[in-house]
Ligand binder design. Structure first.
Ligand code: NAD
Length: 349
């Protein structure tokens, strides 16, 4: 499929196909918009079924980054990269260095970072060839490093805001939160929730991860298929996207959906389905912006962690504005967030 014909194309500024036969690198870098600044967004390593599937994913994620960065108040546009895990993929340092060369050739129009399948050490390898990379080891007390603890902090602040708005409660103590996926983001979110006195129900494909949060944060484990229909106050999706759809939404028994996963709604209409079911949805790219805020601070230079935390804490009030506008207009929260993001980008264009 040609990039222009992909339904997720949405007027991308640039799409770069990166190939290096010697290392086996196959990657796509998508730059959706540089209206607000250089396009920032992580690099995902994934075994795609086809080149079209990789293209579609990177376009969708890159557009999402434009909206996320705009809503986080950052001087960043939206971009994303995917590295395709081919059957003979060896994840060599040479391959990641080559990817760094491709990033460098974009002269700072695209800034990369960790996404699924990446690590701080891979970012260090990429950094041998380009300075347009973040998520590098941080000095203690400064911005940088693995962004997921800050993503989790933002999600926690978002849950507090949603609980205040929907349940009229200013504390999480005694509330039950069902967390789907206890990897990087889910683990730290469980930590914050446990410390705030919330009860946790969790599921993950990886048994050892489940066991860890059960032991450390007194969580209760449930089978994978049961997590979406738990009797809880909040559902926090922290695994994969597209979990909220026509068939899953009628099974939900929560008042709030607020979690870190990207692209939680299968379609835009699912936002309306949630609203019609009386469930308050915290738009994913607004609530999970803590990681990119950390990345932006790292890229800007010597920013202290306390400053990062203050910026991440603004996610709560930002969500309240969306909830209030949705309540006043009768539109679902995802539509309100999209409109706010587009307005910010259009004003800068
Ligand atoms: P991760 O890979 O560390 O964790 C994801 C976890 O979900 C894994 O433990 C995996 O086993 C589990 N999982 C996968 N499918 C599942 C299923 N069907 N049911 C239950 N568990 C399942 O990834 P992460 O960095 O924690 O990211 C989680 C989500 O948050 C992703 O959607 C990611 O795009 C999004 N996100 C992450 C960040 C970040 O800073 N890491 C920032 C913004 C958004």
């Amino acid at each position: 499929m040609a990039a222009f014909d992909d339904p997720a194309f949405d007027d991308h500024e640039r799409v770069v196909f990166c190939r290096d036969a010697a290392t086996g690198l196959k990657a796509i870098i998508a730059i959706h918009s540089t209206a607000l600044g250089p396009a920032a967004g992580g690099c995902r390593l994934w075994r795609y079924e086809s080149g079209d599937a990789a293209l579609h994913d990177v376009l969708r994620l890159s557009q999402g980054m434009s909206y996320k960065n705009a809503m986080a108040g950052l001087s960043f546009g939206g971009g994303k990269a995917v590295i395709i895990e081919t059957p003979d993929f060896d994840g060599s340092e040479a391959l990641y260095e080559k990817f760094g060369d491709f990033v460098e050739k974009l002269n700072g129009d695209y800034i990369t970072a960790e996404d699924v399948g990446m690590s701080v050490s891979i970012m260090e390898t990429i950094a041998r060839r380009t300075s347009h990379v973040t998520g590098l080891p941080a000095k203690t007390g400064h911005a940088g490093g693995d962004p997921s603890p800050k993503t989790a902090l933002g999600v926690f602040k978002g849950i507090e805001a949603a609980v205040g708005f929907k349940l009229r409660r200013d504390k999480l103590r005694g509330l039950t939160v069902a967390v789907q996926g206890v990897g990087h983001v889910g683990y730290y979110l469980c930590k914050y929730l446990f410390e705030a006195g919330a009860k946790l129900i969790v599921s993950d494909l990886d048994e050892s991860r489940v066991q860890r949060v059960c032991e450390e944060f007194a969580a209760t484990a449930v089978p994978l298929d049961d997590i979406l229909c738990q009797d809880a106050d909040v559902l926090a999706p922290c695994a994969l996207g597209a979990i909220l759809d026509e068939s899953s939404i009628p099974k939900l028994k929560v008042s709030i959906v607020a979690g870190g996963a990207n692209n939680q709604l299968q379609t835009q209409a699912d936002g309306q389905r949630l609203a019609a079911a009386g469930i308050l949805y915290a738009p994913d790219y607004v609530i999970n912006g803590g990681g990119i805020i950390n990345v932006a601070c790292e890229y800007a230079g010597d920013v202290e962690e306390t400053e990062v935390n203050d910026l991440v804490a603004k996610i709560g009030p930002r969500l309240i504005k969306i909830f209030e506008e949705a309540a006043a207009s009768g539109e679902p929260t995802n539509i309100i967030a999209d409109a706010q993001a587009r307005k910010i980008i259009a004003a800068a264009s």
